[in-house]
Write a protein that binds this ligand. Sequence first.
Ligand SMILES: NC(=O)c1ccc[n+]([C@@H]2O[C@H](COP(=O)([O-])OP(=O)(O)OC[C@H]3O[C@@H](n4cnc5c(N)ncnc54)[C@H](OP(=O)(O)O)[C@@H]3O)[C@@H](O)[C@H]2O)c1
Length: 322
Amino acid sequence: MGTLYKMGFTPESLLDLSGRVYIVTGGNAGLGFETAKALSLKNAKVYIGARSAPKAETAISTIQSCLPANSTASLHHLPLDHMDLSTVAAGVQAFLTQETVLHGLILNAGIMCTPYELSANGHEAHWQTNYLAHFLLTELLMPILQATALRDDVPIGSVRIVELTSAAYMWASGAGIAFEAIDLPHGKPFDRYVQSKLANILHVRELQARIGPKGDTPQRGEIWIAAIHPGLNDTGLAASYGASSLFGRTIIKLGFAAKPEKGAYGAILAAASNAFPRSWSGCYIVPPEKKSTLYRQANDHNLQEKLWAWTEDELKRLGFLR
Ligand SMILES: NC(=O)c1ccc[n+]([C@@H]2O[C@H](COP(=O)([O-])OP(=O)(O)OC[C@H]3O[C@@H](n4cnc5c(N)ncnc54)[C@H](OP(=O)(O)O)[C@@H]3O)[C@@H](O)[C@H]2O)c1
């Protein structure tokens, strides 16, 4: 476990990813952009999940301008607006008409400390953008992920789901998830961010229980999963946190925020590196790319099952899952 820490992971160490297909939500900016870029530099086919076509196209041309002349990478926009779940369903349909394999799903898009707002589906913006839309995307893509992991020509452990969370999950109050008022209308923006980031971890823990590696012997069909805290990085998200809090503003001004290309290392390692050990599946990874302990509600097995059941019921009620 300490080996990677000592060696120091860098995306340059990734093997060639020709023939592999990835989706990165929020791939047009910040950590998602850096993740999409690193995968493309190794010849992957990358779908950038983004709500804005112009932003996706700018990100794609910026990455393309960094690729060597002999690159076989390709980049595509996957239209997804997490504030409207019908776009998630439509985005998956569009993807499935294009592709028969999916090697990595990087659940990265996020907002932090934005004002209270309801989505097209009646949920608060943090809850839906950071968690609910990612849960739906994962469920709708699960058949293609599982089919890819079962293929004889795909090495075991190549199919991964990576979910961006935050160490802020530790600030979750009470039971962690307020099932009786899940949109936290009376909470502060930070409380809503924290709850959504705890939900990201609980999602990873339950995915691990359902589809992650079991026992010591690698099995065809298993999917490796990770929850990533990227540290504090100088991105649009950090800026919105800074705008909302004196503490945030101060730590960013003091230069504690890392460059996004570095902040994306954990997600890149977990998504596509052979240096990511099978035993780390289901774990919480923090900079500098090491496994870390989860505390409090993030270890509550009953809570992870309860949240999964709540989410499935809610997405069925909304008509997006059967
Ligand atoms: N930066 C940090 O210090 C930090 C710390 C801990 C955790 N994280 C986590 O890292 C992840 C990435 O954050 P970041 O720092 O890279 O943030 P960022 O630079 O603000 O990028 C966020 C991405 O999410 C997208 N997004 C937001 N709302 C969306 C929606 N409704 N539909 C589709 N896409 C949407 C944004 O698209 P637009 O450009 O269209 O807005 C953008 O591409 C987040 O999950 C965050 O919680 C970041």
